[in-house]
Write a protein that binds this ligand. Structure first.
Ligand code: EPU
Length: 418
């Protein structure tokens, strides 16, 4: 078992590169199933979840090869429509293979997906939408048996909540369905736009992405293309939080300001200086940070739930009291107990966390319990006095490429040990 050992209170200074987005790369890899021939995904991050998606592709009969930051997928050999339970359990987004496999093969057998424990994560909206599009879906002993008979048909689908995964699954199923699909109350996250742009480049006809009504006109076939995965907006928010936590001064390279417009004002309220230019974000937190007004997590364009934990870790040392309200997942404060071990003064009740900033955090032995919660411990540890040991870092590796190298390159003292 590996751990991260972090000696804190080292100001982070310098330039740091933001890698490609996990939550875009995963649906894009699933989308490759729909295209004949070869697709090349550039800027594809080296993450355990991405490797798991590649294993699903290989198990379907596709060729999936990595060449540096590029993953090349060839679907010519696709001959299987079963995804084994152990691969489904590796991550939540394995479920987006359902729409893609149904679109290409017309049949699919898989089990319920795994992923971080953030509270109940049902897939009722995915299933109901695919049924409206003509799929017959039977659930037995934890397995979903899906068959589209004579093919998927376009439908008008109204989502009760703008679910990211359900919107992706519907788009994937709709691109080669007969007729037009219209999704109302669709998710507007930048990763949805990335998926739609990739599919359009492969020959799909998707309109309205980035808005709450998306329409998809089915086409007969898609063909592979080359595409650059968007930069990871949550990794960017994590680096900004680490700068704030260490009173540092960082320039984030290869990022997109428009994707984190709801996050940047929070750092300004903390008292950091921020400049955005071209695809870079400069942050200066040398003067220390102060508490912020209430932060509520919301679907995009609101403040992202995925940035809640890392921003909280920075606010643990801010002057004054901040309040965070988690509206998306019911169990997404599991990092709080660990931050408290490091000396933070944070109380939670239901979906509300009250963060009374303390002067100093102190290094401790802590455990990551989910991906972003684990990253929050890294952010806190970088700004804490003394040494922190973080265990269960497999969660962090799901979404951050060699996090110890990224922070070491800007002055952090952080090592991975066995
Ligand atoms: N929901 C349902 N029924 C459904 C689908 C969702 O009730 O059929 C509920 C969920 O239980 C949750 C809410 O709707 O309370 C939002 O879920 P959503 O479907 O939008 O999330 P997701 O697709 O499961 C993606 C990201 C998450 C991110 C959320 C919200 C991927 C692979 N995962 O999950 O990312 O938190 O959207 O933005 O894209 C992470 O990267 O750490 C992470 C958890």
């Amino acid at each position: 078992m590996q751990r991260l050992v972090i000696e804190g209170e080292k100001r982070l200074v310098g330039e740091i590169e933001v890698h490609g987005a996990k939550n875009s790369a995963l649906p894009l890899l699933a989308a490759c199933v729909l295209s004949r021939g070869e697709s090349c995904l550039h800027n594809c991050p080296k993450l355990t979840d991405v490797y798991a998606a590649c294993r699903i592709l290989s198990c379907l009969g596709c060729k999936c090869e990595r060449q540096g930051d590029t993953v090349v997928v060839n679907t010519d050999g696709l001959d299987n429509f079963n995804v084994p339970d152990e691969l489904m359990r590796e991550m939540r987004s394995s479920i987006v293979f359902l729409g893609a496999i149904l679109g290409r093969v017309g049949k699919c057998r898989l089990s319920f997906p795994g992923g971080c424990e953030l509270g109940p994560r049902p897939i009722d909206m995915h299933i109901s939408a695919l049924k409206q599009m003509g799929a017959a879906i039977k659930e037995e002993h934890g397995t979903l048996e899906c068959d589209v008979g004579n093919g998927l048909k376009g439908a008008k689908i109204v989502l009760s909540f703008p679910s990211v995964g359900a919107t992706e699954n519907i788009i994937l199923a709709a691109v080669t369905a007969k007729g037009k699909t219209v999704i109302h109350n669709a998710a507007r996250e930048p990763e949805i736009c990335d998926l739609a742009r990739f599919l359009n480049k492969c020959g799909a006809k998707i309109d309205g992405f980035g808005e709450d009504t998306i329409s998809v006109q089915g086409v007969e076939k898609l063909y592979g293309c080359e595409y650059d995965v968007m930069p990871d907006r949550i990794v960017a928010a994590t680096y900004l939080s680490a700068a704030a936590s260490t009173c540092g001064e960082l320039t984030l390279l290869h990022t997109r300001t428009e994707d984190i417009e709801s996050v940047l004002p929070v750092f300004e309220q903390m008292g950091c200086s921020l400049y955005t230019y071209e695809n870079k974000i400069y942050i200066n937190a040398r003067r220390g940070i102060k508490a912020v007004k209430t932060i509520r997590t919301m679907p995009f364009p609101g403040f992202p739930t995925d940035a809640q934990a890392v921003v909280m870790a920075a606010l643990a040392k801010a002057r004054g009291t901040s309040v965070m309200i988690e509206n998306i997942f019911s169990n997404r404060f599991r990092h709080v107990d660990e931050l408290v071990r490091m000396g933070a003064d944070i109380k939670t009740e239901g979906k509300v966390a009250i963060i009374d900033g303390v002067k100093r955090l102190s290094g401790a032995k802590v455990r990551a319990s989910d991906l972003r919660g684990g990253a929050a411990l890294v952010v806190a540890a970088l700004g804490a006095e003394g040494v922190t040991q973080i265990s269960d870092i497999k969660y962090i590796d799901r979404g951050y490429e060699a996090i110890e190298q990224a922070f070491s390159s800007v002055g952090g003292t952080i090592k991975r040990v066995q």
